[in-house]
Design a protein around this ligand. Structure first.
Ligand code: CTP
Length: 407
């Protein structure tokens, strides 16, 4: 699948560097040409000779490489490699390297190449969980995402430190698939488009420990975000509480309440070509949130009455602000008079189409991997589908948006 592709790998100094020789082998097996640049720290973990043998190419480990290297003309090696590569993969990418790239520092072969390549750059971070979660790292990654670097998110699992958490370099298969997807221009119909997707439930606090929520898992919205990113879109995913992994190349913004989701949607929607509202936003929230835990003994009777008030309808607000070229898609969760109710929402919220589903139908339950949906379009047409995987529903939604072809 990688036949004829030219892949430049940049290795930095992390223990996960041991996974790169088999990765080079896999790329070669799939027909790609591979060249490798390394930082000095990376050579502490893996011997350049191993990579030279597997890639069948010379390895650059120094900013001023040995003039005896034949393929690489020593003083212009970065220009040579920069124009040669179809894609650059930096793996493992340490927090240090990510920070340097974010600030345009070019002080070793990997950071020099990150600045000088003309091709897409995929960054596969691998580090200790605390380093990954550190706001400095996250801020740097967010900068890089915005600049179009493709971030391959690390996995959760056992780390070299003995701790378990997020930070593992994905396995060879996942890295290879990610690279294939980036290179696969055939399905990049959303390239250059900005898509805003919402997912998951919202939690409306009653007091510091209790909330009103719903059983949405976020699976539908996450599937849309993942598929849109795979088709080349720049995706922002605003998600309520969900245990799901952030899909690769997706920027995730976490919120808890309907109010927070509203604020983030308002902030990001005007810059988006497409907005897909798959979140199960709470319609009501407690009118008052107690700032101390409500104690049983303080409730004299057997009943605690909570007064609820309506939340703002995010989609309706976005429908009113909708720009001419923007596509707006909503969901309708209906158990009765499905079509009639969904059409009312479609019109009231000024949508291009609405994805209707009835959670009582077999295969459409909340949290399930499948869904049973119908699309109701602004022009009055209806499409009724059988049970599908949520990934397939996601791609069907994207196919319809792609056909609207506004830009
Ligand atoms: N939605 C929203 N803001 C809300 C409630 C819902 O943006 N406060 C969005 C949902 O994300 C979905 C669409 O509106 O895309 C319809 O949501 P749904 O719960 O089916 O309908 P509601 O408009 O909330 O009406 P009802 O609950 O009475 O069916």
């Amino acid at each position: 699948m990688l036949r004829g592709k030219k892949i430049l790998i940049g290795i930095t100094g992390g223990i996960a560097a041991y996974k790169i020789p088999p990765l080079v082998r896999e790329f070669k097996k799939q027909g790609a040409a591979v060249k490798v640049v390394m930082t000095k720290a990376a050579t502490e973990f893996i011997n350049p000779n191993t990579l030279a043998a597997l890639s069948e190419n010379e390895i650059v480990t120094d900013t001023f490489p040995d003039a005896s290297l034949s393929v690489i003309k020593s003083e212009t090696w970065h220009i040579h490699l920069g124009t040669w590569a179809d894609i650059m993969l930096i793996a493992p990418a340490t927090a240090n390297t990510i920070a340097k790239i974010a600030y345009g520092i070019a002080d070793n072969p990997v950071t020099i190449m990150a600045l000088s390549v003309r091709c897409p750059v995929a960054i596969s971070p691998a580090m200790d969980t605390y380093m990954w979660e550190n706001p400095a790292t996250q801020e740097n990654l967010s900068k890089l995402r915005q600049r179009g670097y493709r971030i391959i998110n690390p996995e959760v699992g056992e780390l070299a430190s003995g701790l378990t958490g997020k930070g593992r370099l994905p396995e060879i298969k996942k890295l290879t698939t990610s690279i294939q997807k980036i290179l696969d221009k055939a399905h990049q119909d959303f390239s250059g488009k900005k898509i805003l997707v919402t997912a998951g439930p919202t939690y409306e606090p009653i007091d510091p420990v209790r909330y009103i929520g719903n059983r949405s898992s976020g699976k539908m919205g996450f599937a849309i975000a993942r598929c849109a990113a795979e088709r080349g879109a720049k995706v922002t995913l605003i998600s309520g509480p969900s245990n799901l992994e952030t899909p690769n190349f997706v920027e995730r913004i976490e919120i808890e309440t309907a109010e927070e989701m509203y604020n983030q949607c308002i902030k990001h929607s005007s810059k988006s070509d497409v907005v897909i509202m798959a979140a199960a936003v709470a319609d009501f929230k407690p009118e008052i949130t107690a700032n101390r835990k409500i104690k049983k003994e303080d409730i004299v009777s057997n009943n605690l009455t909570l007064k609820l008030t309506k939340t703002k309808d995010i989609l309706e607000t976005l429908g009113k602000k909708k720009k001419k070229h923007q596509v707006l898609v909503g969901f309708a969760l209906e158990t009765d008079n499905e079509i009639e109710n969904a059409v009312k929402k479609l019109n009231r919220k000024n949508l291009d189409f609405i994805v209707m589903n009835n959670p009582l139908k077999n295969g459409a339950g909340i949290g399930s991997h499948t869904n049973v949906v119908s699309f109701l379009h602004k022009n009055g047409t209806k499409e009724i589908f059988n049970k599908m995987l949520k990934d397939d529903v996601a791609n069907q939604i994207l196919n319809r948006i792609s056909k609207l072809n506004r830009s």
